[in-house]
Structure formats: C-alpha cells, structure tokens
Design a protein around this ligand. Sequence first.
Ligand SMILES: [Zn+2]
Length: 262
Amino acid sequence: MQTLDLIRLSTAIGIFTLMISWEYFSPRRQQKINRQQRWPINLGLAVFNMLLMRFTVGGIAYLSAVNAVDQSWGLLNQFALPNWLVVIVTLLLLDFAIYCQHVLSHKWKLLWRLHQIHHTDLELDASSALRFHPLEIVISMAYKVMIIYLIGANPFAVILFEIILNGSATFNHSNINLPEKVDKVLRRVLITPDVHRIHHSTVQTETDSNYGFSISLWDRVFKTYCAEPQKTQTTLDIGLPQFRKQDQVGIIKLLLLPFKGS
Ligand SMILES: [Zn+2]
C-alpha cells in the first residue's frame, strides 16, 4: 500500500508541476486575478483535504476493493473474466459513476451547497482541480466505496483510476495553451481544458454541460456535451454569477458557505 501511495503521490505532483510550468510559459488565457490571490485558497484546501484523508479514510477505496474480491461481492466478482477485461470494465464503470455523481452534485441542492465551492474559483488553472470542500471529499469517498462494492471493482484498477482521475482533473482545469488542432483530436475521446472550461462558465446552460472528467463519452451519450461557449475561450467569464469578487471567496467563507441559508 505504501508503494502504491508513493506512486500515486509522485504521479500527481509530476503532472501538477508539468501543468503549472506549461501554464506559466504558454497560458491559454490572461488571468485577471493573479495566482497570489487564488493559490493560497486552492492549495490551502488541498493540504487540509490531504491531511484529513491521511488521518481518516485515505486508503479505504483500495481496501474496499480488496475486501469485495475476498468476499466475492459485487457484479464483476460473480464471473470468471480475464483480468484485463475486469480492469477495463472497472475503469469505465468508475468513470461513469463519477460522471453521474458530478451531474447529481449540480442538480441536487444539498450536494450543490458543497460543490459550488469548486465553482467559485474566478480563474481556472491546475490548482483549481484541488479546490473542494472537505465534506465533498468525504461524501465522494463514501460514494466511491459504495460503487466499488456494487461493481466488485478490481483493486489494481481502483488505484489506476485514482491516478487517471487525478491526472485528468489537473490537466482539464489547467490554463495551458494547447494547439487547436491537438485539442480537436483529443476532445473526441478526452475532456480537454477547453471542454472543461465551458463547465466553469457563469452562463447556466454552459455550467449544465461537460460534466465528464476523463473521457468525453458520457457527455456525448447523455447529450450534455457543449463544444463551444457563447463567448470565446479567452473571454468567457469563469465562476458563479453571485460571486464575482475575490474577497467574497476567502478560505473561511468558502468552508462556511454550505451552511449558510440560501
Ligand atoms: Zn461541477
């Protein structure tokens, strides 16, 4: 488990470093609000959430998958399938489950109270991928464990999925200037930064689209895919209409936001 943790952490740090360097040298948008104002909030939440998981239920996803195999619980543990197939099906089903959770986080008011913290970022870059309310992290973990037991997820695939999901989120929140041609090809399969940026637009119909994190398949199948914003990628307004100023979204305010009356 420790080796796996190390691989997971070093991959996450590696992709993060790559993205922030790329953003620095070749940004997609000129940011109106600088890093010094936003990063303490995003990185502060990241450190808090990491410590929270470390001292509570950090490895629970992997351990649940191991337990599900031992007990022969869940869909995939009912059949004698080749390992490679189990890994692929687990990855796809977990990704679909996260897509559903994301849609639910927008549609269900109670979950939106938590998820809106992620959407209060007034610019997007790799650090935005870390901006989540601690309670949303805990609820996501509980949801993931439930799904792992239901599908009888392969333990190796669970770790692989966490690495892929983390890497995809860092990539698709980043402010990197990806050549248009590359974006066009990639977005057929993956959620690129230009695709995910639309989800962070202040325009409601755009926020209600592009829920995927890794692959664009689910958005295309369930007709939530939006290819272009009303404005342009470099001028669209990021965030929520009711939070347009940086002093409205300090870290303490964000932590308390879900508990405020509507
Ligand atoms: Zn969202």
